[in-house]
Each structure stands twice: as structure tokens, then as C-alpha cells.
Design a protein around this ligand. Structure first.
Ligand SMILES: NC(=O)c1ccc[n+]([C@@H]2O[C@H](COP(=O)([O-])OP(=O)(O)OC[C@H]3O[C@@H](n4cnc5c(N)ncnc54)[C@H](O)[C@@H]3O)[C@@H](O)[C@H]2O)c1
Length: 358
């Protein structure tokens, strides 16, 4: 990897896309001023770039090209509509920059592969935001699986029972389009929970799904999708993603093994049981356990309003990796597997057949 130009100081960041999540990144960066400096804010709508730069620092620009030729930039953060992620990230990589890309990396596996090739050529770091990987509930569950404390992990469920009003889809002309959103409930809203299911169950190899647009108008993509996934290990998973569940419930991950199980509901451990190595499980003819909110270990619970903290934790991992003190915990390859599951689900829903994932 090239020697960072900020070897003696803090890295300079450029933020591209000053919309809903771009403003959130601005807020995260303003709490990390000892670790980074925001030097440029770019948005094709000049007033958005100006407003965010005024609030969080940096110079406003309407194109990344202008920002790159006028400012010293080490890291480019991509917060544009999903279908523009590849173009922006590749421009940054060709200029030799490190990149943080909002989820999902791109709308197809092929476009994600183009970013992977540009990263390999640049030799710089690229992370994709998957902030829920950094929730204490997720960390505790994945650590238990890694330590064998769930035994043979045989099934899981990723469920997103959310509500998005018609006004949400009408709020941006890219929302709900195949070209720029890349999908609906499963791709935009569900990708986080699909990513956690993949992290827990391993490499997905086949998917079968149905999808429909049942409760919204003027959108091309699905507002309900259900599917089943087979994993390389033999484990089986269920997907349920909807933006049509009024008034909006939770994002939920269930993971089950023959020595332990976890239920994460809205980032909190609602249930957790693991059997440490060397301990026997209690032999039971049958078992049922009530799942109650707060049933997990308090230390593993995250703050419910902690969207910003989860992003901050992922920024810290990126900054530590940049300084050579940690490994990048979420890379393009990680996110590519979730994009493969989701685009495979769409192909299956279109063709009525199971789809094998390469
Ligand atoms: N991690 C999360 O929890 C989370 C939450 C929300 C959104 N997102 C992701 O963030 C991305 C943006 O979503 P959003 O809700 O902020 O959208 P948004 O429409 O609110 O903001 C996008 C901004 O990008 C600007 N833009 C468009 N094309 C551009 C370009 N080529 N160069 C510079 N600016 C450009 C638009 O003018 C707009 O201001 C999406 O990929 C979405 O999936 C992630």
C-alpha cells in the first residue's frame, strides 16, 4: 500500500453526497476531530454542499473532480444514491484515495467487482458501511459462533418489518428505482440484516424468493420480499423484508445452533444462550424458552438510538486500519456476498426458479 500522505498528521476527508446519510456522516466526523479533518463536501446540489460544509467544516464543491484538484484529500466518503457509488468510488480510487462507501457497495455484483478491481489497482483501503456489525449484540453473537459456543449453527432468520410511507419514496427521484436504488425492501432496507445473516451462517450458495410491490405506488422495486437461502455449511436461512408493515416494527436476526442461539431485535440482544467449550448441554427431551426483550446480557445491549455510534465505531475501525493498527472488519468482498444474495433473490422472483450463487 502507498505511504499515507498524512503520516505525520490526521487524514483529510472528502464527503460526497450531502443528503440524509451524508449529513449523518458529517455529524460522526464532527465527533472525531482528533482523528480526521473534513476538508471538502461535494453535492451536485450546491446548496446542500454549502449547508453541510457550513455546519461541519470543509469547502463546498459540486463535483468530486474539482475537489480532488483543489484540496488535499486522503479519504473519500461516498454517500450518493447507490447506483452512483461505483462511479464516485472508482474516480476516488483512480486518484489513489482511500474510500468509505455507504451500503450497499453497488446495485449489482458486477459493479461491485469493478470497484474491487479499482481498489486492487490503487492498493488503498475500501470499507463498506455495515454499521450493525459493530453493535455489541452482533459482536457478542459472532464471537460466540466463532468460538464454537453455538455448536453446529444450522439455521437463521433475517426479518425487517419496517414501514416506509409513500412520501419516503416520493422524497427523492432515485428512491424505488432499479437503476439507482437497485432494489427495494431487501436491497435498501434489508441489506444490513442480510449482511448479519451471512456473517453468522457463512457463504450463501443458493436462494429461492418471491417479491411483490403490494402497498406502494410509483416505485419499480419490491416493498415485500420473502426467500429461503442455503449456505455452504448446509445451514438454512429465511429472509423476510418489507417496507409495508405499518406502523413499522423491527429489524431482527435469529441464529440457531445445537449449543446456543441468539435473537437480536432492533440491535438489542432479546435472547442469548451459548454453551462454552468443555461444558455439556443439558439433555432435554424438548426445549422451549420465552424470548423477552432485555433477555440478553446488559453489557451486550446497544443504545437503541445509537445509529450514530455504530457508524462512529466503524469509522474508528477504518481509521485504525489506515494507521496500520487493526484489520478492516468490513471490506468489499464481505458486502459483495450480501449483494449476491439480494440480486439472486430478485432473479429467482423473476424466473420462479432457485438461483445458485457463484
Ligand atoms: N447505513 C445506513 O444506515 C444508511 C441509511 C440511509 C442511507 N444509506 C445509503 O446512503 C446512500 C444515500 O442515501 P440517502 O438517503 O442519504 O440519499 P439522499 O437522496 O438523501 O442523498 C443523496 C445525495 O447525493 C447527492 N448526489 C447525487 N448524485 C451525486 C453525485 N454524482 N455527486 C455528488 N452528489 C450526488 C444528491 O444531490 C443528494 O443530496 C444510499 O446508498 C443509501 O443506501 C445508508
Amino acid at each position: 500500500m502507498s505511504v499515507p500522505s498524512f503520516a505525520l498528521g490526521v487524514p483529510s476527508f472528502a464527503l460526497v453526497g450531502a443528503g440524509v446519510i451524508g449529513r449523518h456522516h458529517g455529524s460522526v466526523m464532527s465527533r472525531l476531530t482528533d482523528r480526521l479533518r473534513l476538508t471538502a463536501v461535494i453535492d451536485v446540489v450546491a446548496s446542500r454542499a454549502e449547508e453541510l460544509a457550513e455546519a461541519r467544516g470543509g469547502r463546498p464543491f459540486t463535483s468530486l473532480t474539482d475537489a480532488l484538484s483543489n484540496e488535499q484529500i486522503d479519504v473519500v466518503v461516498v454517500c450518493t444514491p447507490t447506483g452512483h457509488h461505483g462511479t464516485v468510488a472508482i474516480e476516488a480510487l483512480e486518484a489513489g484515495k482511500h474510500v468509505i462507501i455507504e451500503k450497499p457497495a453497488e446495485i449489482t455484483v458486477e459493479k461491485t467487482d469493478e470497484i474491487i478491481r479499482a481498489r486492487d489497482k490503487a492498493g488503498t483501503l475500501v470499507t463498506v458501511i455495515s454499521q450493525h456489525r459493530f453493535d455489541p449484540s452482533t459482536e457478542k453473537t459472532l464471537a460466540a459462533i466463532g468460538a464454537g459456543e453455538f455448536g453446529r449453527v444450522s439455521s437463521g432468520i433475517a426479518a425487517i418489518d419496517w414501514w416506509r410511507g409513500q412520501s419516503y419514496y416520493d422524497s427523492g427521484d432515485w428512491r424505488g428505482t432499479w437503476e439507482l436504488d437497485g432494489g427495494g425492501a431487501l436491497m435498501n432496507q434489508g441489506v444490513h440484516t442480510v449482511d448479519l445473516l451471512v456473517a453468522a451462517l457463512g457463504r450463501p450458495v443458493e436462494i429461492f424468493a418471491y417479491a411483490g410491490t403490494l402497498a406502494h405506488e410509483r416505485i419499480e422495486v419490491e416493498d415485500v420480499a420473502v426467500g429461503v437461502v442455503r449456505f455452504e455449511s448446509g445451514a438454512l436461512g429465511v429472509l423476510h423484508a418489507t417496507t409495508s408493515a405499518y406502523p413499522g416494527l423491527s429489524a431482527r436476526l435469529q441464529v440457531h445452533g445445537d449449543r446456543g442461539s441468539a435473537v437480536i431485535d432492533n440491535d438489542q440482544l432479546a435472547f442469548f444462550h451459548a454453551t462454552p467449550a468443555g461444558e455439556d448441554i443439558e439433555e432435554r427431551l424438548m426445549g422451549t424458552t420465552r424470548v423477552t426483550s432485555g433477555g440478553g446480557d446488559e453489557t451486550a445491549s446497544s443504545n437503541p438510538g445509537a445509529l450514530s455510534d455504530a457508524h462512529r465505531r466503524q469509522y474508528l475501525n477504518f481509521l485504525d486500519a489506515l494507521a496500520g493498527n487493526d484489520r478492516l472488519r468490513v471490506d468489499l468482498e464481505t458486502n459483495r456476498q450480501s449483494i449476491a444474495v439480494i440480486t439472486g433473490a430478485y432473479e429467482s422472483a423473476r424466473t420462479g426458479r432457485p438461483v445458485r450463487l457463484g
